[in-house]
Design a protein around this ligand. Structure first.
Ligand code: C2E
Ligand code: CA
Ligand code: CA
Ligand code: CA
Length: 274
C-alpha cells in the first residue's frame, strides 16, 4: 500500500507538472500572439424579436500555431494576469470599429471589457480616440461589462461609466444574474442594456421559477428605461417565449453562430431572403 501511495503521488505530480508546463508555454506564446497576428475576431448576431439583425457582438479568438484555436475563457484570464489584456483590447477595439464601418449604418457592435481593461486609467481616452480615428458614431459602439468589474473602486467606476455615457457609447451589464446582482448598480450606474445570462435561458421552457426570474428582470429593466438582451437562445421555443414576454433583443446559436467578419455579408443576404 505504501508503494502504491508513493506511485500515485508521483503520477499526480508528473501530470500536474505537464499541465503547469503547458500553461507556462501558453503564457509565453501569448506575449508574441499580438505581434504575430494570431488573434482574430468573430461576430455573433444580435437580433430584434422579429429576427431582424440589429448588430453583432465581437468575440475574441486565438489561433495558436501548434495548438489550434484557443477559447477566450482560457487565454483571457492569462492575459489579464500578465498585464497584456489592455493592449489586446485596444487592438480589438480599433479592428471592431473598422469592421462595423463596413456594415449598414444602423448596426451596433458590442465589445466585451475585462476587469483590467475597464479599470485601465486610459480607457475613456482610448475609446474617444478610436471613435474619432475610425469615424464611427459613438452610439453604434456598445461596451459590455460584468458586475464583477464593479466590485471595487466604486467612485472611479462611476466616473468611468459616466464619462463613457457622455461620449455617447452604449453600456451593457453582461451576465446579469450570475454575480452578486446588487440592485444598487442598476440604480446608480448609467446602463443602457441588461444582458440576461444564458444560465437563465437554458431551461426556460420547462422551468417555472426561471420564467418568473426572467420576466422580473425584463420588467425591472423596462421600469428603469433600459433594454434587455437574452443571450444563449438555442431553441425556437425559447425565442418565442422571450418574444412574447417583451425581450428587446435576442442572441444565441438559434439566431446565429459567431462568424468571421468575411462571412457576415453572406449571413445578411441569407437572413434577408429567409
Ligand atoms: P460572453 O460575453 O458572455 O459571451 C457569450 C459567450 O457565449 C460566447 O463564448 C459565445 O460564443 C457563447 N454563446 C453564444 N450563443 C450561445 C448559445 O446559444 N449557447 C451557448 N452555450 N453559448 C453561446 P466565447 O466566445 O467562448 O466567450 C466566452 C467569454 O469570453 C465571453 O462571455 C466574454 O466574457 C469573454 N470574451 C470573449 N471575447 C472577448 C473580448 O474580446 N474581450 C474580453 N475582455 N472578453 C471577451
Ligand atoms: Ca458579452
Ligand atoms: Ca447611455
Ligand atoms: Ca454574457
Amino acid at each position: 500500500a505504501k508503494t502504491d501511495g508513493r506511485n500515485r503521488a508521483r503520477t499526480f505530480t508528473r501530470s500536474m507538472l505537464i499541465v503547469l508546463e503547458q500553461r507556462e508555454m501558453l503564457r509565453r506564446s501569448l506575449r508574441t500572439a499580438l505581434e504575430e497576428d494570431q488573434f482574430f475576431i468573430e461576430y455573433q448576431p444580435l437580433v430584434s424579436p422579429s429576427r431582424a439583425v440589429v448588430g453583432f457582438e465581437a468575440l475574441l479568438r486565438w489561433r495558436h500555431p501548434l495548438i489550434g484555436i484557443i477559447p477566450p475563457s482560457v487565454f483571457i484570464p492569462m492575459a489579464e494576469a500578465d498585464g497584456l489584456m489592455s493592449e489586446i483590447g485596444q487592438w480589438l477595439l480599433e479592428q471592431v470599429c473598422r469592421t462595423a464601418m463596413t456594415w449598414p449604418p444602423h448596426f451596433t457592435v458590442a465589445v466585451n471589457l475585462s476587469p483590467a481593461e475597464f479599470l485601465h486609467a486610459g480607457l475613456t481616452d482610448r475609446v474617444a480616440r478610436v471613435l474619432d480615428l475610425v469615424g464611427i458614431r459613438a452610439e453604434r459602439l456598445e461596451l459590455e461589462i460584468t458586475e464583477s468589474v464593479l466590485l471595487e473602486r466604486t467612485t472611479n467606476n462611476l466616473d468611468t461609466l459616466n464619462t463613457l455615457n457622455v461620449l455617447g457609447v452604449q453600456i451593457s451589464l453582461d451576465d446579469f444574474g450570475t454575480y452578486y446582482s446588487s440592485l444598487s448598480y442598476l440604480k446608480n450606474f448609467p446602463f443602457d442594456t441588461i444582458k440576461i445570462d444564458q444560465y437563465f435561458i437554458k431551461d426556460l421552457e420547462h422551468d417555472k421559477k426561471g420564467q418568473t426570474i426572467v420576466r422580473s428582470i425584463i420588467a425591472l429593466a423596462h421600469g428603469l428605461g433600459m433594454h434587455v438582451t437574452a443571450e444563449g437562445v438555442e431553441t425556437e421555443g425559447q425565442m418565442n417565449w422571450l418574444r412574447k414576454e417583451g425581450c428587446d433583443r435576442l442572441q444565441g446559436y438559434f439566431l446565429g453562430f459567431p462568424l468571421p467578419a468575411e462571412a457576415i455579408g453572406d449571413f445578411l443576404r441569407n437572413a434577408s431572403t429567409a
